[in-house]
Design a protein. Structure first.
Length: 338
């Protein structure tokens, strides 16, 4: 009887403690949710208040390249790894400076935490046609991994997020194309690796990759899901990540190599034709490597006799064809032969 009385006496405080524990957990989760919502709104407010493209009117004698995207396009993660602070954008800038006949001014306007919807809004409301006129080349690199994709497992929800990403990425590309000057080249990058992808995620990401490659507004497509920039599971290569969402300098090197990799029929089997009939076997390398192999490419008419008989298979878009299309000198190239 005494034992029953003691147990009865403990029941009320124990129940109260359990209730308090649940309440405490609820309040803590609510606080975190409210804090995150406030921080996100503050980020959005500052993003649209502060983001703008620089005035390049005083920069003479250079071709201008603009990089847009989220944190990976900024080079985040490259502070870790064997070659600190050499992200793929920094490697590209260095290669353009060292290995191409022109002088380049690279503007990196990528912003951490941004998603496809935000880039559509930024280009629509914060970038005028006058702002984009100086740029010969614009690269857009965003990935569905930044859309909360990896936190979801349900197939229907994953496809909903994928469609949302594709819709706003396409709108962003369309808006950029409408505002870019005639002859400027728009380069789109595919989604890239993420250590939290499951095989289910990867299958949908590869569908996104394939669809983005078909967009007519795009002149050249960088495939960041090539071997060397990812493993078979869609994760960063071994030893190539700072965290699940960001490559380290080694992973960034893989992305840079993917942006300049050999084009082959193994990807799509597409063969360049018509205005795109002047591909070279290493077509995607032109900006970095083929200016050494074919320095006369600065005058495309000199390349045509070498290449006109060739019908090289090209992956998505071949940049040498884009540079040559419609002009004896590609619109990115100024001056005489080196």
């Amino acid at each position: 009887m005494v034992i029953l009385q003691v147990m009865a006496g403990l029941a009320v405080p124990l129940a109260a403690t359990a209730y308090t524990g649940h309440l405490s957990s609820f309040l803590r989760e609510s606080y975190v949710a409210i804090r995150n919502a406030v921080l996100w709104r503050w980020f959005i407010f500052n993003l649209f208040r502060l983001w703008k493209l620089p005035d390049l009117s005083s920069v003479q004698g250079r071709s201008h390249l603009l990089i847009l995207g989220s944190s990976v396009a900024k080079g985040e993660g490259a502070e870790a790894g064997p070659e600190p602070f050499l992200g793929w954008p920094q490697r590209l800038e260095a290669a353009l400076e060292e290995r191409t006949p022109q002088k380049w001014q690279v503007t990196n306007a990528a912003v951490q935490f941004t998603q496809s919807f935000l880039w559509h809004q930024l280009i629509t409301t914060k970038a005028t046609a006058d702002d984009l006129q100086p740029y010969s080349v614009i690269i857009l690199s965003i990935s569905v991994g930044a859309e909360g994709f990896t936190f979801i497992q349900a197939e229907d929800r994953l496809r909903e997020i994928a469609q949302h990403f594709l819709n706003y990425a396409r709108k962003t590309v369309t808006e950029l194309r409408a505002k870019m000057r005639p002859g400027a080249r728009l380069v789109l990058a595919s989604p890239y690796a993420h250590d939290d992808y499951t095989l289910q995620h990867l299958a949908i990401v590869e569908e996104i990759r394939a669809e983005m490659a078909t967009w007519n507004e795009v002149d050249y497509y960088i495939d960041f899901l090539q071997d060397g920039a990812r493993d078979p599971k869609g994760h960063w290569p071994e030893g190539g990540s700072r965290d699940s969402a960001h490559p380290n300098s080694l992973g960034h090197e893989g992305m840079f190599n993917a942006s300049t990799s050999r084009l082959s029929s193994e990807s799509t089997g597409e063969v360049c034709r018509g205005d795109h009939s002047f591909c070279i076997p290493n077509g995607g390398n032109w900006l970095i490597k083929d200016s050494l192999r074919f320095p006369e490419a600065i005058g495309c008419e000199d390349v045509r006799p070498k290449l006109a008989a060739a019908s090289w298979p090209c992956k998505f878009r071949c940049i040498i064809c884009i540079l040559c299309k419609g002009s004896t000198k590609g619109p990115l190239y100024r001056g005489s032969k080196p």
